[in-house]
Design a protein around this ligand. Structure first.
Ligand code: PLP
Ligand code: COI
Length: 354
């Protein structure tokens, strides 16, 4: 494919790793590609990072036609830059696109874009421990009319951000509040798509949790508010009485790539694992009778994050003495070991930049 490149006159100074935070610093360039129902995908371009011009009637601004992805580039000890399972993000973005009636992107075209653009900006991949280059592809409808319909014009973009850890706690356990008022998604809705609207609808509960000192909320199902679903930016796993359990994919939670990878690691290594419905009552009982041995979240930004405290209806439970558990630590070490090239990738998950 043809990608036109306009370079900045002057490269920015790189921010020191301890000041990165998450998603605050952006690289020198950005990628854009237009789509229209008449022309399909066209005008792929890499240009200096900066503001974009939108019509005030742009569909995404009114009706939320927006989807995104999140993946990372990692710098190995030998200095190479590599991606983790990018094909999974590409496939998920296309599933999200189908759900939101946005155009899909051919997989090989998407991969070529990632290789070209991340390759060009790879100097921005930091090398300090627990840092990476976060890749944020996103797409939105940009018809310039107010009618409600599947869009005829869309813009696909990628921006890149060198990041440190997502939670200020780093690998220390986070505090999570089980949400019993708002719901995030229902089956048949957009819960399993990675679309901006899901996050907008989550903010009210997130704000309430934060005011009480909790990092994020753990959502319950949208119908009965009875079954555990996922946390704001991660899937969730528990070790209950020796078994690793995680909510099954019912259509209302995001099918996380970190979740899928952790399950594959655990199954390969012979752990007892089950994907099933987990009621909040079961979790409540396991917290009360001490069989809840570990709890953790999984996500690209969050990696593998131990959960040290859960709060439900005003009752607080400390998990594993507020310390990282054995399985959580093992998953963290294995995932980050593969991602940063410290342990051999026997799964075929690593994509070296082409
Ligand atoms: N659930 C939600 C709502 C998320 O935003 C994320 C982050 O992407 C995840 C789960 C974890 O998904 P993944 O492991 O693919 O990053
Ligand atoms: C990711 O982990 O990539 C995410 O998209 C989480 C994000 C909402 C911060």
């Amino acid at each position: 494919m043809n990608i036109s490149i306009t370079k900045v006159d002057q490269l920015k100074e790189k921010t020191p790793a301890d000041q990165l935070g998450f998603g605050k610093v952006f690289t020198d360039h950005m990628f854009l590609m237009d789509w229209s129902s008449e022309e399909g995908w066209h005008d792929a371009r890499i240009v200096p990072f900066g503001r974009i011009d939108l019509h005030p009637a742009c569909t995404a601004l009114h009706y939320g036609s927006e989807i995104f992805e999140g993946l990372k580039a990692y710098r190995t000890e030998s200095g190479e830059v590599q991606l983790f399972r990018p094909i999974e993000n590409i496939k998920r973005m296309n599933r999200s696109a189908e759900r939101l009636c946005l155009p899909t992107i051919p997989e090989d075209m998407f991969m070529e874009i990632l290789d070209t653009f991340v390759g060009m900006e790879q100097d921005w991949t930091p090398s300090e421990p627990a840092t990476s280059l976060y890749i944020r592809p996103f797409m939105f409808g940009n018809d310039e009319t107010l009618g409600v319909h599947a869009v005829h014009h869309a813009l696909f973009m990628i921006i890149l951000s060198p990041v440190g850890t997502y939670y200020k706690e780093g690998l220390n356990p986070v505090k999570i509040m089980i949400e019993d008022q708002d719901v995030r998604a229902v089956r048949g809705g957009t819960g399993e798509a990675k679309c901006g609207g899901n996050y907008a609808a989550s903010n009210r509960a997130g704000e309430r949790a934060e005011k009480q000192g909790y990092s994020q909320v753990l959502w319950l199902d949208g119908v009965e508010q009875k079954y555990i679903e996922e946390v704001g930016a991660m899937n969730v796993m528990f070790k209950i009485a020796g078994e690793v359990v995680t909510p099954m994919l019912t259509g209302s939670i995001l099918p996380g790539i970190t979740r899928k990878s952790c399950l594959e690691i655990l199954r390969k290594e012979g752990y007892k694992v089950s994907e099933r419905r987990i009621s909040v009552d079961e979790l409540d009982a396991a917290m009360a009778n001490g069989t809840l041995e570990e709890a953790w979240g999984t996500g690209t930004a969050a990696v593998v994050s131990p959960i040290g405290e859960l709060m439900y209806k005003g009752r607080k439970y400390i998990v594993n003495n507020n310390e990282i558990g054995e399985v959580t630590q093992h998953l963290y070490d294995t995932m980050t070991g593969i991602q940063w090239g410290k342990i051999e990738d026997s799964y075929g998950w690593i994509h070296k930049l082409q």
